[in-house]
Design a protein around this ligand. Structure first.
Ligand SMILES: C[S@@+](CC[C@H](N)C(=O)[O-])C[C@H]1O[C@@H](n2cnc3c(N)ncnc32)[C@H](O)[C@@H]1O
Length: 209
């Protein structure tokens, strides 16, 4: 879907449909994994936030510092207005491939369905490299890039496992919400799961206490 890589597409979509929408997973679907890697007091950046409830849900669950960026000016204006009573949530129009933050300013960057959008359209390989390089730059020495994606490891790890970022990448799966809660999800079947790629800087494999 080449249009997912275009700002004009997202501006038009959010203008036509400003109702909150969560791609792939609601917070409840990834809550335990987020808690495993990200601490409540961490400085968090949600990249490609859209009008998902993720940031609000993180805040309600005790995460105290959540910056949000999206390439769409339209959705950033909507979210700024919607959450004006919650100063812990900040909103800025920004490209995840060209972040306007200082080096090492975040403990965690969360991108839910954002990598998949950046992978759409022209120049996708170069854009993903820029995204990873920028996320790596703004993460501190023990920082975590938490990615939720529909893409199978064969199509994603080649972008993430790069010596330039020196990330330790751990792959998790979460059942798609449409899959029955009683069915056992087949973790090898991309039709029944979403993938969570946790890219850790520093000594790999550490989890939040
Ligand atoms: C598939 S939506 C996911 C929205 C939200 N994260 C969610 O999970 O519901 C992708 C979002 O990424 C944004 N986006 C696309 N390319 C971007 C870029 N280069 N920088 C920042 N945001 C981008 C789009 O505007 C859109 O809001």
């Amino acid at each position: 879907m080449a249009q997912y890589g275009k700002t004009a597409y997202w501006d038009e979509r959010y203008t036509k449909d400003p109702e909150p929408f969560d791609w792939y997973q609601r917070y409840s679907g990834v809550r335990d994994l987020i808690a495993q890697y990200i601490k409540k007091e961490d400085n968090i950046l949600v990249a490609g936030c859209g009008n998902s409830r993720l940031s609000e849900d993180l805040y309600e669950d005790g995460y105290s510092s959540i910056a949000n960026i999206d390439i769409s000016r339209v959705v950033i204006d909507q979210m700024t207005d919607k959450y004006k009573e919650k100063p812990a949530l900040t909103w800025q129009q920004m490209n995840v491939c060209s972040l306007e933050f200082p080096d090492e300013s975040y403990d965690a960057v969360i991108g839910k369905a954002t990598m998949d959008a950046v992978l759409c359209g022209e120049g996708s390989t170069a854009n993903i490299a820029k995204m990873c390089s920028e996320v790596s730059r703004v993460l501190n020495g023990s920082g975590v890039f938490f990615i939720v994606s529909y893409g199978v490891p064969d199509n994603r790890l080649n972008y993430l496992e790069n010596d330039d970022y020196a990330w330790t990448v751990t792959v998790h799966t979460v059942p798609k919400p449409t899959v029955s809660a009683t069915a056992v999800p087949d973790t090898k079947d991309a039709n029944s799961v979403h993938y969570v790629y946790v890219c850790q800087k520093g000594a790999g494999g550490q989890v939040a206490e």
